[in-house]
Ligand binder design. Sequence first.
Ligand code: PGA
Length: 261
Amino acid sequence: MEVVIVPDAKAGGEIIAEAMAALLRRKPDALLGVATGSTPLPVYEALAGKVRAGAVDASRARICQLDEYVGLPADHPESYRSTVLRQVVEPLGLTADSFMGPDGTAADVQAACEAYDRALSEAGGVDLQLLGIGTDGHIGFNEPCSSLASRTRIKTLTEQTRVDNARFFDGDIDQVPHHVITQGIGTILEARHLVLLATGEGKADAVAQSVEGPVAAVVPASALQLHPHATVVVDEAAASKLKLADYFRHTYTNKPTWQGL
Ligand code: PGA
């Protein structure tokens, strides 16, 4: 796993946006897996800035979602479909045609989950999957003790995640859905490159356990240790509990084996 320690969230956004831009220059129709939440916003702002500046052509990019609330209407402002359209698809100048996500309104949720896994494979697989991390160590909405081999499926959110996400619902936890569809950990591990961004002290424990702890379903993000090309980008606050922080700084600065973002 490559760990990159950056001074702040903006620098993390910039370095990941540049990795996405480099991918799009190599492969203009790359499938970019995006995440929701507050953490990835600097990535999307930086990438949209590069598109506006003409530094990269994203007109053929394809975007896919990691997860979705079950039961929120697709056009609800806090559905992840609406969120990704607003934060990623529209700022990049793309249309809804270039975007795919699981159907959180399907009558048959299981069939919708299977259809989404199939659609990702048929699209050629995800080239770069951006991930956040929950304070409980989740990736996507794979809460602690999710099978490391799991596929896209319905999950029940922990109380902690609903508390964390209440800020998107006027601070009212009762409005936060209990259920979600999420790409499974096994599904996420099929992406060709995983890039996890974590910022702020609140993520420091989850980052340390994921990077330096054992691979364990109780810390879903530790599954990144199983991936041949996983990059963890953290600001100083989120890196504050990493025992190997100095080593990671040294490795990045000296780059003998650096695969590149
Ligand atoms: P956050 O969410 O970026 O809003 O902290 C991260 C996550 O839950 O994956």
